[in-house]
Design a binder for this molecule. Structure first.
Ligand SMILES: [Fe+2]
Length: 283
């Protein structure tokens, strides 16, 4: 059966059917899938039902996997596979405290952030718990040439948790924290495969803009962020059990939603792919 590819939004995201990622796929299919991820940034494969070993195999189509940062949420038999489980989440005032609320790109404070992240949905609540994506290539393209010209030269310090973070992060042990160096990243990055520019934003981790005073830097970050998260740049994925979804952290931001019943069980496997240091989009 031939692979079918259908667009999800006018600018990014495709649904891929007619393929079983549990099979050994040939090199030309691997090449095709990698090219689709680079171009469309979010790939949705319904009805895959990948267990941990199969998830590793599917992830490796796109590149080598990297260890999960939160080592307390990994599978002992498959240490490269993490999990998101409602059983680990605290409830405050009747609302789940999920990781990853507010739009972000994963581990932007790493020298080499993961190039992609993928989830395999095992158990999904009856409603809520969607994952949202926004295309930060398109939102850069839509800025005025004058603003583009200004921001392509700027860099931001990314830290574990910004002093003005809109979300709180899982507290890391001193030992884990020491392993994560703070790093400056370009405000606009060049995608290593497609060459496209993209906004590189993570309001939870960005500590202002180099060369600007704090308020000026945070105002610029917040205005770019508000622009980038508008509905027109969004794809909202409503999970079904068996879904495998992989996204390119250099082309989209994503966010989790805590809007489901804390009594219902939600469980997904998670993997990340090794990435390279990011390059600025400079002329
Ligand atoms: Fe995330």
């Amino acid at each position: 059966m031939a692979i079918q590819i259908s667009p999800i939004t006018p600018t990014f995201g495709v649904k891929i059917t007619g393929i079983d990622l549990k099979n050994d796929l040939d090199e030309s299919t691997h090449k095709q899938l990698k090219a689709l991820l680079s171009q469309y940034a979010v790939l949705v494969f319904p009805n895959q039902f990948l267990g941990p070993a199969e998830l590793i195999q599917a992830g490796e189509i796109f590149g080598p996997l990297m260890p999960q940062q939160l080592q307390k949420y990994i599978l002992p038999d498959f240490p490269l596979v993490g999990y998101n489980s409602t059983k680990d989440l605290p409830v405050k005032n009747g609302k789940l405290q999920v990781r990853g609320e507010n739009y972000h790109t994963d581990h932007s404070n790493s020298v080499c952030p993961p190039k992609a992240t993928a989830l395999s949905a095992v158990k999904i609540p009856s409603s809520g718990g969607d994952t949202q994506f926004v295309d930060v290539r398109q939102s850069f393209d839509d800025l005025s040439p004058k603003l583009q010209e200004k921001i392509i030269y700027l860099r931001s310090l990314h830290v574990h948790e910004s002093t003005r973070s809109p979300r709180t992060f899982t507290k890391l042990s001193e030992e884990d924290l020491a392993k994560i160096p703070n790093v400056t990243q370009p405000l606009v990055i060049r995608h290593p495969d497609s060459g496209r520019p993209a906004l590189y934003l993570n309001t939870g981790r960005m500590e202002g803009i180099e060369g600007m005073n704090a308020d000026e830097g945070f105002n610029l970050i917040n205005s770019l962020y508000e622009h980038a998260i508008r509905n027109k740049y969004e794809y909202r994925h409503r999970w079904a059990e068996g879904d495998f979804v992989i996204w390119d952290n250099r082309s989209v931001m994503h966010q989790a939603n805590a809007d489901y019943n804390p009594e219902e069980f939600r469980y997904l496997y998670r993997i990340m792919l090794e990435g390279d240091a990011l390059s600025a989009f400079l002329p």
